[in-house]
Design a protein around this ligand. Structure first.
Ligand code: NAP
Length: 485
């Protein structure tokens, strides 16, 4: 990988402040999705390396939880600064391993770094409570304490931001972490571990174990010293980890899949809605959990919207993410290509029309044409399943109540979007959408300052914002008796 600061490129796992190989020396090769070239390899660790990491984290946690809060805040501030000082190189690493257009990768690093800044501030605001005593000689105190060692598993689509969103609050409140990155994108996580060392994080507080998902997942969920599991990824793996964690009743946070409705009412600013839908659909080639999956347009403006949206979609520049002008990179894998093709074929077979795209891109490999489907109906696969690709299915609707019912008709509940200029409708629809996050007249909702997360089968818990520390804390109530003389 051609970057300036070569020290960011680590090809070993990071345990107890040491860079380690797998015990059996085995490795996994990492490929660039834009051209299938090898980017190097990382250790293929399993249970024993994970247990060693948990033991190191357990030892480190006792000390870290007692560190002065200002020391923890300083480490996080340092990490924020170091991420931004290395922003261009870290962004290139994301693009090399994940394929994302470089401008989006630069944005992801800024987003990831923002969590270190935010939680450096929140570290000092972990307040308790004093409650009136229930008897005359009693007082009741509530304190919050770090939950303990955290097991963390992250996906490939935001390899830097998803990790930062979890480790920043953990570090802030005094937890230590054992984390497994996705096998497609381990280098971003290893670079972050390297920077954490420079930032002054004591050894053992952050451990990164690359390798076998089932073994590492089982070791994390099965170990008594892991007190919390935090996971971002698919709903099916989230459910499995929740089941595995039930045995020892661990606290679990899950950021899972989504199936976001994107609703455009006929009183909306249509140009703004087209631009909002474009960014909400095609960011990261449609491979984000908050991507618009179902675009509902009120029937009176349906044709007009489809025409404008299709025109802009067909102008999107597809190519290697490292080229500055690229707006859409490759998909992550052959399986992703297959799922996109399957959704398009199923929709076509059931009567949808392809307004633009619809095929693998002429560039070959993992590139797919940005696609718009019109005349989409609720019986099509794409109306139910997460596509995770650059396909925009456009549905038509008549009334507010109808579209709310159809938008909510999903087991997912992560993000929803709608465009309107009517104040009353803004409130009514926001309140009735069964999703953890609602974008009103915007297609971009992620910020470290707001609580990110879903309801229903999209997850448990919230990340970012003042609420983001709660998942890493335990509440303790102290009943103080014998006050009166
Ligand atoms: P995934 O298949 O669930 O993988 C996510 C992570 O889980 C990877 O590190 C994976 O490692 C690991 N994993 C898989 N099986 C495991 C097991 N049995 N035990 C322990 N770990 C296991 O999801 P993905 O395809 O990478 O990511 C896309 C999904 O993530 C989408 O559904 C998307 O909506 C969701 N997502 C949600 C959010 C959110 O904030 N809600 C954000 C981003 C993405 P291996 O690949 O090695 O198996």
């Amino acid at each position: 990988m051609d970057i300036k600061n070569k020290s960011l490129l680590k090809n070993l796992s990071y345990v107890d402040g040491e860079w380690i190989n797998a015990n059996d020396g085995s490795v996994t090769e990492i490929l660039n999705p834009a051209n299938s070239e090898s980017l190097g390899s990382v250790p293929n660790c399993g249970s024993s390396e994970t247990v060693a990491a948990i033991e190191a984290a357990t030892k480190a946690q006792t000390k870290w939880s007692k560190a002065d809060v200002k020391e923890r805040a300083l480490v996080l501030r340092n990490l924020h600064r170091l991420m931004l000082e290395n922003q261009d190189d870290l962004a290139k690493i994301i693009t090399f391993e994940g394929g994302k257009p470089i401008s989006e990768s630069v944005g992801e690093i800024a987003y990831a770094a923002s969590f270190f800044e935010w939680f450096s501030e929140e570290a000092k605001r972990v307040y308790g409570d004093v409650i009136p005593g229930h008897q005359y000689d009693r007082r009741t105190l509530v304190i919050k304490q770090p939950i303990g060692v955290v097991g963390c598993i992250t996906p490939w689509n935001f390899p830097s931001a998803m990790l930062a969103r979890k480790i920043a609050p953990a570090i802030a409140v005094g937890c230590s972490i054992v984390s497994k990155p996705a096998p497609e994108t381990p280098f971003s996580a290893l670079a972050m571990a390297y920077l954490s060392e420079l930032a002054g994080l004591p050894k053992g507080v952050l451990n990164i174990v690359t390798g076998d998902a089932e073994q590492i997942g089982a070791a994390l969920t099965g170990h008594k010293d892991i007190r919390k599991i935090t996971f971002t990824g698919s709903t099916s793996v989230g459910k499995l980890l929740l089941k595995q964690s039930a045995e020892s009743v661990k606290k679990v946070s899950l950021e899972l899949g989504g199936h976001a409705p994107f609703i455009i009412f006929d009183d909306a600013d249509l140009d703004a809605a087209v631009d909002g839908a474009l960014i909400a659909k095609y960011r990261n080639s449609g491979q984000t959990c908050v991507c618009a999956n179902r675009i509902y347009v009120q029937s009176s403006i349906y044709d007009d919207f489809c025409e404008r949206f299709t025109q802009k979609t067909s102008g999107l520049l597809v190519g290697n993410g490292l080229e500055e002008k690229t707006q859409q990179g490759p998909l992550i894998s052959n399986n992703a290509m297959k799922k996109v093709s399957l959704h398009i074929k199923d929709a076509k077979d059931k009567g949808a029309k392809i307004a633009t795209g619809g095929n693998p891109h002429a560039l070959g490999g993992l590139f797919f044409e940005p696609t718009v489907l019109t005349g989409v109906t609720d019986d099509m696969l794409i109306a139910k399943e997460e596509t995770f690709g650059p396909v925009a299915p456009i549905f038509s609707f008549e009334s507010e109540q109808e579209v709310i019912r159809r938008a909510n008709d999903t087991s997912y509940g992560l993000a929803a979007y709608f465009y309107t200029s009517d104040l009353g409708k803004s409130w009514r629809v926001s309140e009735q959408l069964e999703f953890g996050m609602v974008g009103l007249n915007t297609g971009i909702i992620s910020t470290e300052m707001a609580p990110f997360g879903g309801i229903k089968e999209s997850g448990l818990g919230r990340e970012g914002s003042k609420y983001g520390v709660d998942d890493y804390l335990e509440m303790k109530y102290i009943s103080l008796a014998g006050i009166e003389e």
